[in-house]
Design a protein around this ligand. Structure first.
Ligand code: DC
Length: 233
């Protein structure tokens, strides 16, 4: 008998390795993977490139107009090596959306109600047939409140900052300090959990995963077992 297809929501704090585990699970079970953080990052990149962000101020009127006109088209494209890259208006922007320039202001863009509304609509369309692993902040609470499997990932701020710091170094960024990354992680936590629009919170029926001291392999296995228990129930 074929296993039933479900919706898998993986939410949690930034740099908890949500996308790594969500991607691994999606590949293992043959589901589509959607990185919703990448979508907010792509909108941020668009806003920066079009000079719609000045310091902490966003030209919301202009941004809204661009979204309405369909000037900000975000898709995901699979690569030959089985990965997926974020595409903004036909161009691969994966590298740019992960930069500190974008990381520093993405929370501001993600806190705007009309931006969230537009992204949530796209995400619901992407997952309408189930068989999807979606990671973000509000997937289990807002995008798919009826998801059959919900995980809330967390880890200490220091562990998360170290992971992001190692990632930046691996990508050749030799100037950003650990303290700067830690500050960015802490500040984003604060903005993400205190914003008015869909603040980051754990869904009541989510299973908490604190992976401060878990290996990636153990975490992947834990997730897979949870998936099996949900499709068999
Ligand atoms: O997961 P990430 O670090 O790439 O997310 C980037 C930003 O987008 C982060 O500040 C939280 C926000 N975000 C959100 O508000 N809702 C989502 N579903 C995903 C990300």
């Amino acid at each position: 008998m074929a296993l039933k297809k479900i919706t898998i929501a993986i939410d949690g704090h930034s740099s908890t390795g949500k996308s790594t585990m969500a991607k691994a699970l999606a590949r293992r079970i043959g589901y589509a993977y959607v990185d919703t953080g990448a979508m907010y990052r792509a909108v941020t990149l668009f806003a920066l490139r079009n000079k719609l962000i000045k310091g902490e101020k966003v030209d919301e009127k202009a941004l809204k107009e661009h979204l309405k006109r369909g000037d900000i088209m975000i898709t995901f494209r699979p690569t030959k090596d089985g990965k997926s890259v974020t595409v903004l208006n036909g161009k691969n922007v994966e590298r740019y959306i992960r930069s500190m320039r974008v990381s520093n202001v993405v929370s501001i863009i993600a806190a705007i109600g009309f931006v969230r509304k537009a992204m949530v609509k796209q995400q619901q369309a992407m997952g309408k047939d189930k068989g999807v692993v979606m990671d973000g902040r509000d997937i289990g609470t807002v995008v798919f409140p009826d998801a059959e499997m919900k995980v809330f990932a967390t880890a200490s701020a220091e562990v998360r900052a170290q992971r992001r710091f190692d990632e930046l170094r691996a990508k050749g960024d030799t100037t950003t300090t650990f303290e700067e990354v830690l500050e960015n992680v802490t500040e984003r936590d604060r903005i993400d959990s205190t914003r008015k629009e869909s603040p980051l919170r754990q869904a009541e029926d989510a299973v908490v995963l604190d992976n401060s001291h878990l290996s990636i392999e153990d975490q992947n296995e834990w997730l897979y077992q949870l998936y099996l228990s949900r499709v068999r129930s």
